[in-house]
Design a protein around this ligand. Structure first.
Ligand code: GTP
Length: 416
């Protein structure tokens, strides 16, 4: 249960005082036992130019020789790599019965070339490939054994120049800050004075703000007690951590054996907060914020990546539920669209047909009228002709002797 992801509705909470022991006060112990049984898993990436002390710091952080000492590496490859490589080392470490599977992803070659313009690219690709692998597992039907290989933190090593961030640093952080929890550190800070470190830190933070780079910030919760709040503040105030790494023990004042670096003027103790910020970095990374880093990776960085990726694939997502466009719904929408198109075509055809019919009717009417006019004309001409003939006949009859048929008609007999 995480109070940051679920808020009880204020008006539905009833506060009750228990009358006896129920047992749920033991819940944290149950979670603790289960987590201890399952073990923990953390993946961190280290990025920085060659020789800035990345492997030494990892060994110092986890108090183990995760990386073999450089003089142990007998065979050195004669070929210089042409691009940034990605190498991962996994180790199971145990402390007081608690197991931690630690994966360190190294990026040899970063910043080591004449042209470092695209040094960030293989690293970003690797981080996104890990997100893709997780997304693929999430989409599987059987999600019981999900393997989380996502990078939970990226420790970025800044060269202890004492001036400002280099273009390479800015470009890297600008390109990566939306994909990974960035933790900037000043490498080999024992090469700088206290004052130089203070000024350098200010310049680095100013550059980060200027370029709108988001580095990891520990979240504050309202339920945090004052001790946690001040502990967090102290850690955050040290960013970028000025670190010193050493996996060797040296003799300090009073004959004490400490992890540190020995100089003619004295000993720099790695585990002494007065000497460097190593303790604060370790505290944040391991003791207090490991789960927070994992949570932020999952809830914010990965979630944003997933949303971007799925949106690019045309799948919509609402804030709480994943909603793929229902294929049946899509077919229904397409069918309706098709029907509307057909109906429109039909009405257009009807209109054209009606216009044609009207045109034909008008033409027929016109030819009917013409026919009627001709018929009338002919009838009149015939009538005129008939009248003329009758007139002629009448005239002929009046000027000529009556024919035998006419005499007969009038009652004459020729034989008498
Ligand atoms: P690559 O493997 O080449 O990328 O180097 P790296 O970044 O892993 O550096 P590595 O840890 O091998 O350290 C390089 C050298 O710097 C070694 O001689 C270390 O002893 C030394 N070194 C490591 N950390 C520190 C430090 O905090 N201060 C100083 N002064 N030297 C350091």
């Amino acid at each position: 249960f995480n109070s940051t992801t679920y808020q009880w509705p204020a008006n539905s909470v009833i506060r009750k005082k228990l009358q006896g022991y129920v047992g749920f006060a033991n819940l944290p112990n149950q979670v603790h036992r289960k987590s201890v049984k399952k073990g923990f898993h953390f993946t961190t990436m280290v990025v920085g130019e060659s020789g800035l002390g990345k492997s030494t710091l990892v060994n110092t952080l986890f108090n183990t020789t995760l990386y073999p000492a450089k003089n142990d590496t007998v065979e050195l490859s004669p070929e210089v790599p042409k691009t940034v490589e990605i190498q991962a080392i996994t180790a199971d470490i145990e402390e007081n019965g608690v197991k931690l599977r630690l994966t360190v992803v190294d990026t040899p070659g970063f910043g080591d070339f004449v042209n470092n313009e695209e040094s960030w690219k293989p690293i970003l690709d690797n981080i996104e490939a890990r997100f893709d692998a997780y997304l693929e597992q999430e989409n599987r039907v059987n999600r019981h054994k999900m393997v989380d290989n996502r990078i939970h933190a990226c420790i970025y090593f800044i060269q202890p120049t004492g001036h400002a961030l280099k273009p390479l640093d800015i470009e890297f952080m600008r390109r990566l800050h939306t994909r990974v929890n960035l933790i900037p550190v000043i490498a080999k800070s024992d090469t700088l004075t206290e004052e130089e470190i203070r000024v350098f830190k200010e310049r680095i933070l100013a550059d980060i703000t200027h370029h709108n780079i988001h580095i990891y910030q520990a979240p504050q919760y309202e339920y945090d007690d004052s001790e946690t709040i001040s502990e967090n503040r102290e850690i955050m105030a040290k960013i970028p951590f000025a670190i010193v790494g050493s996996d060797k023990e040296v003799e300090a004042e009073g004959g004490r054996r400490v992890r540190g670096r020995k100089y003619p003027w004295g000993v720099i103790e790695v585990d002494n907060e007065e000497h460097c910020d190593f303790v604060k970095l370790r505290q944040m990374l391991i003791r207090t914020h490991m789960e927070e880093l994992k949570e932020y990776t999952n809830d914010v960085l990965y979630e944003n990546y997933r949303t971007e990726k799925l949106m690019a694939m045309g799948i919509q997502q609402d804030p709480s539920v994943f909603k793929e466009v229902n294929p049946l719904q899509k077919m229904e929408e397409e069918r309706q669209l098709h029907e509307t198109k057909l109906a429109k075509m039909e009405s257009e055809m009807k209109m054209v047909f009606q216009a044609k019919v009207q045109e034909k009717e008008a033409k027929l009417k016109q030819s009917e009228e013409e026919l009627y006019a001709r018929h009338k004309e002919m009838k009149e001409a015939l009538e005129k002709q008939r009248l003329e003939l009758e007139e002629k006949k009448r005239r002929i009859e009046s000027g000529r002797p009556i024919t035998p048929e006419k005499k007969q008609k009038k009652g004459f007999s020729f034989n008498k």
